[in-house]
Ligand binder design. Structure first.
Ligand code: C2E
Ligand code: MG
Ligand code: MG
Ligand code: MG
Length: 289
């Protein structure tokens, strides 16, 4: 522990950093064989039509249950996977598993899969997507790929080629975490998105008096409508937040107020006569799932 002089403090910070680097390396090592050990799974969170309470699809969210440490957040291990070249095998597994599960669901139910910018930058991505569709027999319009604004930081011509190739497969594209990243709207001119996902940071606090967030949400909805895109408000936890985004004409809603991400088998509980409906239920009590 650090006390007193500057040297001591330096030593404290330096060993802290050292510890963090060690932790990260250990996680990276364990992540290498996490798939083979069966520690990786998918959880699914319903995406609900804001007017009808009908479930129109689900988002697939990766889960890692570490043998000693238990659940590890994707916010922690996805960046490690991206740096350690592990996002490609993990991403391919997620695509295959999500398509396979979704092929067994009723009706028009869609599945959304998060695609890392690293995957998006790889010209092999359309092939991997096509293989997952073919292996599962899932109709391409039932698969939605979620990408973030950071893909526009790279080569624009390459990005446009990738968009074309993916749309050519017949899959849907969603822009995830909108408004939190690269702050240019120019890419919306040409990028063929079917949906904009409004980041949960805009929902946080939107119901507080004097908050400007509802003005921002309204502007995003107007933009999406003008461009003929759907909107999903992410991270809706309370009935007040649900009320607000409904008033702001958001087309779809996702959040703990409807359901936390759950294992595939638990989704069946929402099925009634081949149609999935779900009722919103009070404010969520815990934040972590
Ligand atoms: P995301 O794609 O924006 O996913 C939404 C996150 O919000 C999920 O966190 C979800 O569990 C959480 N969430 C949903 N409803 C609520 C709510 O009402 N309140 C709160 N506080 N949170 C809510 P999760 O599962 O921890 O995933 C975090 C991020 O990790 C994802 O953000 C996504 O960027 C990334 N991720 C997850 N799965 C994958 C994957 O298979 N591949 C890649 N490349 N990234 C993934
Ligand atoms: Mg997402
Ligand atoms: Mg998001
Ligand atoms: Mg996010």
């Amino acid at each position: 522990a650090a006390k007193g002089n500057g040297c001591g403090r330096f030593a404290f910070y330096s060993s802290d950093l050292h510890q963090a680097a060690e932790d990260r390396r250990a996680l990276e090592e364990d992540l290498r064989d996490a798939l083979a050990r069966g520690e990786i799974a998918l959880a699914y969170q319903p995406v609900v039509n804001a007017r009808s309470n009908m479930v129109t699809g689900v988002e697939a969210l990766i889960r890692w249950t570490h043998r000693d440490r238990g659940a590890i957040s994707p916010a922690l291990f996805i960046p490690i996977a991206e740096e350690a070249n592990l996002i490609w095998p993990l991403g391919e597994w997620v695509l295959r598993k999500a398509c396979e599960d979704a092929a067994g669901w009723p009706g028009e139910m869609r599945v959304a899969v998060n695609v890392s910018p690293i995957q998006f930058a790889n010209p092999e991505l359309p092939k991997v997507v096509a293989k997952a569709l073919a292996a599962s027999g899932l109709s391409p319009d039932r698969l939605e790929l979620e990408i973030t604004e950071s893909v526009f930081l790279g080569d624009t011509a390459e990005a446009n080629r990738m968009f074309k190739a993916l749309k050519g497969l017949g899959v849907r594209l969603a822009l995830d975490d909108f408004g939190t990243g690269y702050s240019s709207l120019a890419y919306l001119q040409s990028a063929p998105f079917d949906k904009i996902k409004i980041d949960q940071s805009f929902v946080r606090g939107a119901t507080e008096p004097g908050s400007r967030n509802s003005a921002i949400i309204a502007a995003i909805v107007a933009l999406a409508e003008a461009l003929d895109m759907e909107t999903t408000a992410e991270g809706i936890e309370s009935l007040d937040q649900l009320d607000l985004v409904r008033k702001l004409n958001v087309s779809h809603v996702q959040g703990y107020v409807y359901s936390r991400p759950v294992p595939c088998a638990d989704l069946v509980g929402h099925t009634e006569a081949g149609v999935w409906t779900i009722k919103p239920s009070g404010p969520a009590r815990q934040r972590n799932d």
